[in-house]
Design a protein around this ligand. Structure first.
Ligand SMILES: C[S@@+](CC[C@H](N)C(=O)[O-])C[C@H]1O[C@@H](n2cnc3c(N)ncnc32)[C@H](O)[C@@H]1O
Ligand SMILES: [Zn+2]
Length: 393
């Protein structure tokens, strides 16, 4: 295809200006995919990398095997301190994407650190363990599910205990519109109800843990997030069978009531006492297997927050709110009560979330708001205690 026409357009994201080839009205019809709404995903990538650099005091090497226009790679090279980025590989299967990346690399003078590969991602990932310079961070951003690329990525990251960043945009599958597809692709049952996004993230992490475990590896989630139509999980790889064994004990299912919002988690090896809600007798819905452990690592999130001011971030206020909320709920148990359903069950109106939070704190429970739902509360209080607290008002 000839891309010498006048469809070239300059775009600025963060502090980086680069060219894209806009040959269609809809982003999905363009020869090479560029979605400006995903700038928040790339902003958070820059912040996460800055936290890794700060924690490990090393320069990073980064693989972007689904590079598209290459925006993520340019931003990393342009916006992080020069000495802290050793090398980036940007690959794509689409020849036109490669031409766009080459043009931008010339314009931005990035060729000394940017290696460009016209290749299937699987071939790049397969070749990595045999190369001298190992890659420290792999970022998977394919169309739809990243699942096909997880095992190859983890294998490449084993040697130097690197990091895997994963984007999934198949939310219709992971959030329960196509449960059979979810079961086939992720070997887990999703839900369409109020826990759908947290379940989706935890199903994705469950899959990372299972793939890692087969290779004798464990993964530590450092940042997990959902926004509009994508999920994003960033994990650190650990070469430890012992840790992997422990992690497998934190896998399980969530059972919940769609009517009153009763929620119960069980480990894979456990059974629930009854398949019906003991509060309103509805049949409980089951989702999983899921990861029941922590979704984030405190120290990385703290550095991300601290470093925000160093960068030009598209949605700065939103990112600040998200990171603070994550810090706030990091130690809360998995899943949450959806308070409007609990109030309806208690036949109470007008009780605010803040009143409930205050009362549960007074009773000595952990209780926080949650990033997953403005009407949700995460707490270690059992459901009957929550009801008692609400009934006082
Ligand atoms: C979601 S887009 C990537 C967007 C890009 N990472 C960004 O931040 O703008 C997915 C890209 O993967 C490429 N792709 C699809 N299948 C591939 C494969 N098997 N190997 C390498 N690239 C592939 C597509 O050509 C497309 O450019
Ligand atoms: Zn119920």
């Amino acid at each position: 295809m000839d891309i010498s026409g006048d469809e070239w357009e300059e775009v600025t994201e963060g502090d980086t200006t680069f060219s894209i080839y806009q040959d269609a009205e809809r982003i999905y019809d363009a020869s090479v995919f560029y979605n400006p709404k995903m700038a928040i995903n790339r902003d958070l990538t820059i912040l996460a990398l800055s936290s890794i650099i700060e924690k490990e005091e090393k320069s990073i090497s980064f693989l972007d095997p689904f590079a598209g226009t290459g925006v993520r790679s340019y931003r990393i090279l342009n916006e992080l301190p020069n000495a802290s980025v050793a090398k980036i590989i940007a690959g794509d299967i689409n020849q036109i994407a490669i031409e766009i990346i080459n043009r931008n690399a010339n314009q931005l003078k990035l060729h000394d650190k940017l290696e460009i590969k016209h290749s299937n991602a699987i071939d790049i990932l397969d070749a990595l363990p045999w190369q001298k310079d190992t890659i420290k961070i792999i970022d998977l951003d394919p169309f739809g599910s990243p699942i096909k690329y997880i095992e190859e990525s983890l294998r490449s990251l084993k040697i130097n205990e690197g990091y895997l960043f994963v984007t999934a945009t198949d939310l219709q599958v992971l959030c329960g519109k196509f449960p059979d597809s979810c079961y086939r692709i992720y070997n887990a049952m999703p839900t369409r109800h109020f826990l759908c996004h947290e379940v989706a993230l935890r199903i994705l992490i469950y899959n990372l843990i299972i793939s890692a475990g087969r290779l004798g590896l464990a993964i530590i989630p450092i940042f997990s997030y959902n926004h509009e139509h994508f999920l994003r999980v960033k994990v650190k790889v650990k070469d430890s069978k012992e840790l992997a064994n422990q992690q497998h004990k934190e896998l399980g299912f969530v059972y919940f009531c769609k009517t009153c919002s009763y929620v119960e988690t069980v480990k894979l090896s456990q059974d629930i006492e009854s398949s019906h809600c003991s509060f309103c007798k509805e049949k409980l819905e089951k989702a999983g297997p899921v990861w029941l452990g922590k979704l984030h690592d405190y120290s990385y999130i703290e550095y991300m927050l601290k470093n925000m001011k160093q960068f030009t971030l598209q949605l700065e206020k939103k990112i600040d709110r998200v990171l603070n909320q994550i810090l706030n709920e990091i130690d809360s148990p998995p899943f949450f009560y959806y308070i409007p359903f609990v109030l309806r069950h208690c036949k109470k109106e007008g009780v605010t979330l803040n009143q409930i939070v205050e009362s549960l704190l007074d009773e000595g429970y952990i209780v926080t708001r949650t990033i997953f739902d403005p009407q949700g509360l995460k707490t270690d209080a059992p459901y009957n205690e929550l009801i008692q607290v609400i009934k006082q008002f």
